[in-house]
Design a binder for this molecule. Sequence first.
Ligand SMILES: Nc1ncnc2c1ncn2[C@@H]1O[C@H](COP(=O)(O)OP(=O)(O)OP(=O)(O)O)[C@@H](O)[C@H]1O
Length: 941
Amino acid sequence: MAPGFLLVPVSPDDTPASLLHPERREPARRRRLAVLAACAAPQPLSLSVLADALGDALLDGAHLACDAGLCRKLPGGTLAPAGSATLDMAVNLLEVPEVRATCARLAPLASAPDEALLLMLAADPLGEGRRRLESATGRAASMVEGLRHALDAPSARTRPTPWDFEPWGAQARWASALLATTAHVLVRMGHPESGHALVAWALGPKGLTGRVAGAHGFLAPTHFQFLLDAGRREEGVAFAREAREALDDATPESTYSRLMLTVLEGRVAMDAGDEKLARRLFTSVETQARAAGLGDMVGLAKVAFATLARRAEQNTAAIQLGLAALELLCGEVPFESVALLGLGHAYSREGRHLEAQAALTRALPGLDIPFQQLRAYPQAIATDCFLGDTAEAERKLAALVALAADTPEGRLSIGLGRAHLQCARGEWEAALATLDGLGPLDAAPIGWLRVEALLALGRAREAARVLDALAQGLYLREGATQPARLHLLDARVALANGDASRARRALRRASARPDRLRAQDLALRAQVLTLQLAEDGGTDAQRLSARQAALAEWRRLTEPLSPEARARFRRVYDRPQLLALLGEAPAEEVSAPAYLRGGSAAFRAAMAQLRRVASSDTSVLLFGETGVGKELAARAIHDVSRRAAGPFVAVNCAAINDELLLSDLFGHERGSFTGAVARQRGRFEQAHGGTLFLDEVADISPRGQAALLRALQERAFQRVGGTEEVRVDVRVVAASNRNLAKAVRAGEFRQDLFFRLNGIHVELPPLRERGEDVLLLATHFLQEAAQERGGPPKSFSPEAERLLRAHPWPGNVRELHNTVRAADVLSDTRAIGAAVLAPLLQRALECAEPRPALAGMTDVSALFRQHGGSLRDFLAEVQRQCIAQSLVENGGNVVATAAALRISRSRLTQVVLGNAELRRMSGREQDAPPAPARRARARRA
Ligand SMILES: Nc1ncnc2c1ncn2[C@@H]1O[C@H](COP(=O)(O)OP(=O)(O)OP(=O)(O)O)[C@@H](O)[C@H]1O
């Protein structure tokens, strides 16, 4: 193909959508029509005649064809085909509707009746064209008769009667193309045996090639293809060798035929696993096709190379080759469809689902039934379902039902497509019923889906049985190379059956060959499973990295999708696990490790900061009240940083005296002080390659501050009592619950050290400002406690929850943790009530150091903000809780409670009677609530 037709250069950015854009395809189509027109005429055709018959668009096409060297303009405004043009036309004969229409319009223009007959037949091989030919007389009558037999006879028993091709002379090449294409059409229309028989006959001694020299043309490769499709590989290869030798390169058809046979031989070699031979054959085809100017054949070689690349799991290369092939084959049905099919598979494996969907959707109509289409339709439907585009899947299913004849293969293909659709809709029972009718358990695509459906229905044991049968079948067929998909499914089934260690083993095997999984298999399911497994066990770091991998994969998959497609995709693939994962931590802070729990805005803002600092190596200063989770946050910074694989070493600077701290941080030499019996590496050295967490850094003495500053500035230090300089690669995260800036102003902390440590400042919010996190964390700690004692988790009564929400939590998460653990132990019932909780909270308050902030208005207003209601309701709630707590402390005694609260007994009684819970707490549940007027007064109280 001439460069003039490559409107947009092939680039890796090309997508099927861009390559198949109408504007891009149109010139190629017009070129074909022009070439056909030029070739159809026995004599060079006048351009004006052509334009009259076919319209001006064709005239433009003719010019394009001339520019491309496919036609020649002769003096007098006539058009004649150049060498390979006949070939170009013939390949498209019958396959493209416009070409058939063109043939019909050209037929009256042909001067020779033979040509008119052929054109009419080409225009409508099974309908009107044939009827008109039947009534025709003359030399074509016997051919018409033969074709009629061929077209009408769906069984191999009826052979076409011999046709007399001798008088066709120069048109033998035409006849060869026509017969080959007619055979393809027969196959596509569900009469494969008839199509095969037609070609076999035409190649025989009484057929076309026996009578007309050089008429092998398109018949030989077609025959070879048919033999391969029928599983007669040996016979096909022997025929191809013979046919190739018999062909000379005298005509473009012979060259085409020979190269086509070679492509097919390469495919046979590839299927037999001889990739070296296949590559050699494809390379020779590409070189010769380039030399002969056969662009289509270069395109076919590229399709073959793309298949090789895909099999070697080089998907990016496969995509590039596929796109290049598509450019060369633009409009060449059905080769273009084969290129699109391969492209679709490569895109799918790369996780580029929308492009995969576009390529597969475009590929389908041009593929041959029953061979490619029956296999490709369920795959394309699966891709639609994967994207949640059930409407498109339905459309394809309907097309498949209309296309596939009532053959066992057709039924299988339709059943699979339907089962995919049912699975996508969550109609698992229906999917199982569909699959049950389809065939044996170990037939791979049926087995995969059956396991999916059984798992979804919670029938894990049955799923295991089906999977075993499937594995056995695959094992027998494929030897040692098990598809990674099998291991993945094995992991899911094992997990569903509670066999975590088998699940882990299977996952490891699946992950060893991620490239063998289709994108949807690996990308979502394996990662989610890895996560699920890692959440069940393993270290924090393992859980973290599994979670990160899952989320990164999720983002990689969904980000390129349009918002609409993403929504569809999520609907189908947001399995509960993934939902929990994503729901628990919204997209922007998803990389917070699982052990840092919380969902409040204040917590999320702090996590977002942590995530940002983690990516750099700058020192970090964490500030927050005691127990807010500073150490945990420091660990999180480490775990999500590039140092995650290195050590995390924590030092509490307040816990040890000055001397010991220095030796603890920097290590010491033997004999450097009493008790230093051996050389000891310090925390700095231990943290080499990782993170050093300096907790309570404000408590370091001035001497310690000076030593630390030196070490941080020079990134080197000496061990205590030593002279050798030790260099380490450590990131320092420091924490303080005192305001360090204030300490600097008060002269208690070195300013230069403060600046060193305060590379980035992150403030962690106190628990009382974290709203619903209190209950979220409390529930989490209850679950932890349940796991440890090995029983079902307890919960808090609504009243206890109210107490938890209202408590100021001076000791923050640590206090909550301790309180929940104590309540879990103390409560005899599954629901932990206020009676158990209130004293624990009270004691905590008594023990807490009075903090100025708590006494001031700021805390109360923060509580009010958390409450979120009106001030009146808030004050009523405060009153209710104060009374409730006091009632608990006073054993429900109203007199004592009133005294403790310093209000009158009658006022207290009014309020108590107006609230069912308080009535119960004071043992007055039998008493009537106050009358409306009294109730209003009670509320005011
Ligand atoms: N977001 C959180 N999710 C789950 N547990 C948490 C969270 N934050 C803190 N904790 C738990 O609370 C306790 C205190 O956390 P941590 O020791 O990190 O706090 P801290 O701020 O470093 O305390 P201090 O200032 O007293 O050293 C630990 O048991 C920790 O596991």
